[in-house]
Write a protein that binds this ligand. Structure first.
Ligand code: ZN
Length: 195
């Protein structure tokens, strides 16, 4: 299976995560090589399984209890940046009938809880891209070629002239947290001020 076919197979497997853009009539591309496609595939499987099979019981405005699934996640962009994978996501609003039936505070609670879970899944996937060759999918590490960073296995690195970075840290310290993610963290609940 070539790169294009492999990408198409993933898009087709997760139509809710990769909807067709109504204006352009196309779906997103992956701005990375196919060594990371299995990571994308596993991330999408985990995300969609969580959305489809994790119901939260809430009390609706009319007093009835109902099972609420987390809102749908959509990926707008998946790309390589500074050698590791980045996933830019968006959480869709609840369907109109749900918004009508359940109060806003409850919906927000379910949405925030889902966003936290998605954030963790995506961070883990981004970490995996920092230890997986983007070209072939074998174990790799962040390499350097005249200031250009990429995650490569030893064989692909040799072929393309990449070298290990002298300042190589552990995988967790190498992983760059995107500004959006830091912002999201900062906006979370603040600790109670000391009395
Ligand atoms: Zn490789």
């Amino acid at each position: 299976m070539n790169r294009e076919e492999a990408k198409q197979a993933i898009l087709d497997r997760y139509p809710k995560i990769f909807p067709v853009d109504p204006e352009r009539g196309t779906r997103i591309g992956f701005a990375c090589d196919k060594g990371w496609f299995p990571i994308i595939d596993h991330l999408c499987a985990t995300v969609q399984d969580y959305i489809d099979n994790t119901g939260v019981t809430v009390v609706a405005k009319d007093g009835e209890t109902l099972l609420l699934n987390p809102p749908q996640l959509v990926f707008d962009t998946i790309k390589e940046k500074l050698g590791t994978g980045r996933f830019y996501e968006r959480v869709r609003a609840f369907p109109a009938e749900t918004v009508e039936a359940v109060d806003g505070a409850t919906l927000e609670r379910v949405q925030t809880s889902a966003a936290d879970k998605f954030d963790g899944m995506i961070l883990f996937a981004e970490h995996l891209t920092s230890v997986t060759c983007e070209k072939c999918g074998k174990p790799g590490e962040l390499m350097n070629r005249k200031g250009f960073l990429a995650t490569r296995c030893p064989a692909c690195a040799k072929q393309e002239g990449f070298k290990q970075r002298p300042d190589q840290g552990s995988p967790s310290t190498r992983l760059t947290i995107t500004p959006e993610r830091v912002e999201m963290r900062g906006a979370g609940p603040q600790p109670e001020p000391a009395a």
